[in-house]
Ligand binder design. Sequence first.
Ligand code: SF4
Ligand code: SF4
Length: 192
Amino acid sequence: MTIGVKKVSLHRTARDQVFLPAILEGLLTSARHFFKNTMTKGMGDVDTIRYGEPDVDIKTYYPDRFRGVHRLMYRDDGSVRCVACMCCSTVCPAKCIYIVAEDRQDNAEKGPASFVIDELKCVVCGLCVEACPCDAIRMDTKQHMTPTERREDAVLGKVELMSRGGPSVATQGGLGPEFRAVAPQADPRFGQ
Ligand code: SF4
Ligand code: SF4
């Protein structure tokens, strides 16, 4: 059997190849919105918001499920909830989560010696949040990544991610660090 290659034409017209009409169309659209907003509407009715202007605290509406900059949650004792299971970094399609695991001081489980997210590579899919078994990582900050001219400013480490975090009330490890020493039948989650 012979496998051939089918060439598909892009069907670009001369008008498409010149680009000039498309550029003019874009300029006309911008000009139309500019005059519509400035001539026929009051400042409160313009089709934009004055977000980020100094002394003007107008922000857009964020839906409850808006995915913002990541944050790492912590336990009651202030330590990070993450147990360095690597579920988030494994599921991440952009491969932008980098974790180095270490033993925790209580030796009950692991934790992240370092936890880094490159927010410029992130495609904001939220899979890391879905995959986390510990409610350790969230994207509910309702914050955009701050625009930056330096790539390294968009690479967030554990301290920065935890600075946006907060205590999580989700059950983790059942009875705390001693949960491994407790017989399953004494654990209220399994019934008495
Ligand atoms: S939101 Fe998606 S792309 Fe971004 S860090 Fe999480 S899994 Fe990766
Ligand atoms: S944030 Fe959650 S999924 Fe990612 S390594 Fe930590 S515990 Fe695992």
